[in-house]
Structures are given as structure tokens and as C-alpha cells.
Design a protein. Structure first.
Length: 122
């Protein structure tokens, strides 16, 4: 990504309990974004919300499994986001739950890459 270059923000709205092939959908999407070479992905967990079902879900301290809103956000060049969407679009036809996917044009104001840390040093 480059500063001043127009990019795309992809947002995927799902539930914290949504699954795809026996794994959490949010985790599956983040690992897929990494495999596709996207610049990054962030999972944002909401404390309350409702979707197309109009059922309000909220965080309760006594609930073991909380069904809460989750937003997965990715930012990259339009071509990379489009390629990623073509790859994952069929997944959403296979899951029984609802979702919302949006894109919007953005401008990168600052992008500073961090130092990559080595896991092992010999």
C-alpha cells in the first residue's frame, strides 16, 4: 500500500458464532486474506447489535457462548480486494447465516510498515 493512493476498504459483517467448515468464519477469513496477500485484516467484535433477523444480541457476563456482531475489515488496492472477493464469495452461499459485505473507496493518509520480528534466532 502506498500513501496518497486510492484503496478499498472491505467490511464483512457476520456473527461471532458463524462457522465455515467447522472453523470460526472470522478466523477463516483472516487466514484467507493472509494467503491472498492482502496488507492486513482486523476483526472487531461488537458488544451489541442486530442484523437482518432483527434479534438484538448483547454481551451478558453469564453466557458461555455469546452471539455477538463481528466486523472483519481489510484495506488494500482494488485489484487485490476484488481478487480476494472472487475467491471467498462462494463461501457465503454455503453458510446458513446472514451477512453483509460492503466496500468503499478510501485514501491512505499514512502507512508505516513495522519491523518484522524473527521468531527464532540461531
Amino acid at each position: 500500500m502506498e500513501t496518497g493512493k486510492e484503496s478499498i476498504r472491505l467490511r464483512i459483517y457476520i456473527s461471532s458464532t458463524d462457522k465455515f467448515r467447522h472453523s470460526l468464519l472470522s478466523e477463516t477469513l483472516v487466514f484467507a486474506a493472509r494467503r491472498y496477500g492482502l496488507a492486513g485484516a482486523t476483526v472487531i467484535r461488537g458488544s451489541m447489535g442486530y442484523g437482518s433477523s432483527s434479534v438484538v444480541h448483547t454481551s451478558k457476563f453469564w453466557e458461555i457462548t455469546e452471539k455477538l456482531p463481528v466486523v472483519i475489515e481489510m484495506i488494500d488496492e482494488a485489484s487485490k480486494i476484488e481478487h480476494f472477493m472472487k475467491g471467498i464469495r462462494p463461501w457465503f452461499d454455503k453458510i446458513p447465516t446472514g451477512c453483509l459485505i460492503t466496500t468503499e473507496k478510501i485514501e491512505i493518509v499514512l502507512f508505516k510498515q513495522g519491523i518484522k520480528k524473527k521468531f527464532f534466532t540461531l
